[in-house]
Design a protein around this ligand. Structure first.
Ligand SMILES: [Zn+2]
Length: 146
């Protein structure tokens, strides 16, 4: 039996309700949905983090995500908007260490939302924005070419 929950689902060792599957990914119903129609889109291959996805798989995966989000909107399930949520790392709320995307139908007053820290109200200075942009640009330049 697979120790990874999603690999176990992909192997048919755990039950799931499948919405779509292809060579790259599988979409299943989240068993604890934020709202009805909440999907999980999971890579067929076991990758842990966002950065681990090869470009070709990444591109096909997000194209599929776009289509599934559109299908939710057209499905008749209550949906006035969609959140596509990628939790990359435990601190970001990733609960299963197998790359996946949450596709969540949203509607006014569904009582779901993001919680901001108190410092969110204090806007950073332009210098602070420039400094952080500098660090990220440096890191970007030092990444291996795709
Ligand atoms: Zn896995």
């Amino acid at each position: 039996v697979n120790s990874c929950t999603f690999c176990a689902i992909l192997a048919g060792e755990l039950p799931s309700t499948i919405v779509h599957q292809d060579q790259v990914c599988i979409a299943i119903m989240d068993i604890q949905p934020v709202n009805p129609g909440h999907l999980l889109l999971i890579t067929r291959e076991h990758f842990t983090g966002f950065k681990d996805l090869p470009p070709e798989i990444c591109s096909q995966f997000f194209t599929r995500a776009q289509k599934l989000a559109d299908a939710i909107r057209q499905s008749g399930i209550q949906c006035e908007g969609i959140n596509v949520l990628l939790a990359d790392g435990t601190a970001a709320g990733q609960q299963v260490p197998h790359f996946h995307l949450h596709i969540i139908p949203r509607f006014q007053e569904d009582s779901f939302g993001f919680q901001f820290s108190p410092r969110y109200a204090e806007l950073p200075t332009r210098d602070e924005l420039e400094n952080n942009a500098y660090y990220i640009r440096q890191a970007l330049e030092n990444l291996p070419a795709a």
